[in-house]
Design a protein. Sequence first.
Length: 246
Amino acid sequence: MSSLSKDKPIRIGLLTDEPLRLEGLAGIFEERPAAGFAPLTPVFGNLDQLLSDRKLTFLVVDLNVFPNGVGAIEDICRRRPEMRLIVIGPEASEKLIMDLVLAGARAYLDLKASPRTVRQAIDEVTSGSIWAPRRLLAKLIDQLLAVSDASLTNGPPHLTERELQVLELILTARSNREIAQQLGIEESTVEAHVGRLMRKTGADNRVNLLMRASDATLLQSTGIADRRKRERRRSAASTLPPVTDK
């Protein structure tokens, strides 16, 4: 969830040992922010320096700095659970990207990404969303839906009708901005609903919210599971060839 002012600059840490890449990333911050997004300020330093800055909550990580990419992201998230990571690395398999997102990354971009794309990813992450190809997010959510999360041992939380609407859209990989547009409400209102959903489910970030929201008991009690099954059946039916008389 993002409660950041759209006028106050957001500090973004940059972690890379490649001078040219650092120069290219720093150039992103010279662009004017898109409408509705705050200006960005780069923060430079090594890993320990950046993680020791308790006021820094966003970090762009060059995956080439670490020999064990997923393990390094998990370690950063253990040390600073509130840190939101934008990871940049070589062109990767869907499995690796999914592993990185599950480890705590909020975005993954390959080295061919344009400066504009990197800036868009940073803007989405600072607004409380996850940046990844929609097809990949859909696979991630389907994978989470197939696994029952045993953390909700006291039964599903009580959710309002609006919270259910927001939750269902989160489970279809919609960003806060897209949810606001679809429901006809302000993005700040969506952020407030997401915050309440996180508190009610005990989640500490958006990925964890997805995992907890994918609990089979919660999905059944809210009717989300049945609706998703109907949607999949309709989608499958629409792809069948027409029946013709011979």
